[in-house]
Design a protein around this ligand. Structure first.
Ligand SMILES: *Cc1c(COP(=O)(O)O)cnc(C)c1O
Length: 360
């Protein structure tokens, strides 16, 4: 018999959305926080053109992409790493800075891949309570143990959608020991850039990483490109674990062209934010409980997990897929990605009908 390593056996397969509509129904996926529109036309044509040189390996140093990111965000190209999605960076950070003697800490309702990364790194995974409004800095600081090595915080959070201000992030950083790496995952950062609460400058301290991705606001989830700003020593260690040639020629070309079309990306964020707030407003009118979201999704809270399951079933019966959130400790919630207006209308109608059934 061949046996995998014990810590690998203990990991349950990463739960992505299961998306099989019932016979005769069209799939309406509002489950993976994908953008409601395709990438910028410039990204599409750049990626298509790049395939002509696909017999060559991609630039292993992502030079053009790093320089363009640096110019755009007023940061240093030498501190940037590009990942095969930011998930690759999250995993490599965990592997480089934690092991079976250490612990990784995150808020209780954090992005579930932080836990997976901890498990792969054989690290203990600790969580701390959140408040209704989101991440609680004091409870994170209280949960720090002598062997805590990394703190992961997604800001805005997924699946909560909540956002903590720059001053809260600063308070967290200043309250942590300086041998604890703080990783701020800004996968939805572009949706809040207008709030002018950037934290890239914290990287200069030497103990903080800021991650972003092309998967959400730039609509390039299928291309798998994430990036991060790293202090020098953290960068060089993490880099050793990244797969060399990790981002395809088409991926690098698409990301570069998408960056050069800021107008398109900003427009995407505006369209989504508007739809998101009106979706939440309509559902709240029926009595649904929804926190203000700063992302491309809304988290709907039900009275308990059975009622959330019942709503999920009603949606699925019509081919509409939200995402259940037991993995993030929120089994009483469903997360709805903000899709095109007609899909949101359909979801609202189904929920309204379901609610009538529940109340009779
Ligand atoms: C979507 C998401 C990611 C994953 O991004 P990729 O770049 O597609 O790997 C990371 N963190 C959070 C919080 C996310 O929501």
């Amino acid at each position: 018999m061949i046996h995998p390593n014990k810590h690998i056996s203990l990991i349950s397969p990463y739960a992505l959305a299961s998306l099989k509509p019932p016979a005769g129904k069209q799939l309406v996926s509002l489950s993976q926080n994908e953008s409601l529109r395709p990438p910028s036309p410039r990204a599409i044509s750049a990626a298509s053109n790049a395939i002509a040189s696909a017999h060559l390996y991609p630039d292993p140093d992502w030079n053009a992409l790093r320089q363009t990111l640096a110019d755009l965000h007023n940061i240093s190209a030498g501190e940037i790493l590009i990942g095969n999605g930011s998930m690759e960076l999250i995993l490599c950070i965990a592997l480089a800075f934690c092991d079976k003697y250490g612990a990784i800490l995150a808020p209780r309702h954090a992005y579930p891949f932080f836990k997976t990364a901890a498990q792969i790194a054989r690290a203990r995974y600790d969580t701390s309570p959140e408040r209704k409004e989101g991440v609680c800095v004091d409870s994170l600081l209280d949960a720090v143990k002598p062997n805590t090595r990394i703190v992961f915080v997604a800001n805005p959070g997924n699946p909560t959608g909540t956002f903590i201000s720059r001053s809260q992030v600063l308070r967290l950083r200043e309250g942590l020991r300086d041998d604890i790496l703080l990783v701020i995952d800004e996968a939805y950062g572009e949706f809040v850039d207008h709030l002018e609460q950037q934290v890239f400058d914290l990287v200069k301290r030497g103990d903080t990483v800021v991650l972003r991705t092309f998967s959400k606001a730039y609509g390039l989830a299928g291309m798998r490109i994430g990036w991060g700003l790293f202090p020098k020593l953290v960068r060089s260690a993490t880099r050793k674990l990244i797969n060399p040639n990790n981002v395809s020629v088409a991926g690098q070309a698409a990301a570069l062209a998408a960056l050069r079309d800021q107008t398109y990306m900003i427009e995407t964020c505006k369209i989504i934010s508007k739809l998101r707030d009106s979706f939440a407003k309509r559902l709240k009118k029926f009595g649904f409980n929804i926190q203000q979201s700063f992302t491309n999704f809304s988290l709907i809270q039900f009275a308990n997990s059975e009622i959330a399951n019942s709503a999920d079933k009603a949606l699925r019966a019509e081919g509409v897929f939200f995402r259940e959130q037991s993995g993030a400790g929120l089994a009483e919630c469903l997360r709805a990605t903000i899709g095109p207006q007609q899909n949101l209308n359909l979801a609202v109608e189904i929920l309204e009908d379901w609610l009538k059934g529940e109340n009779t």
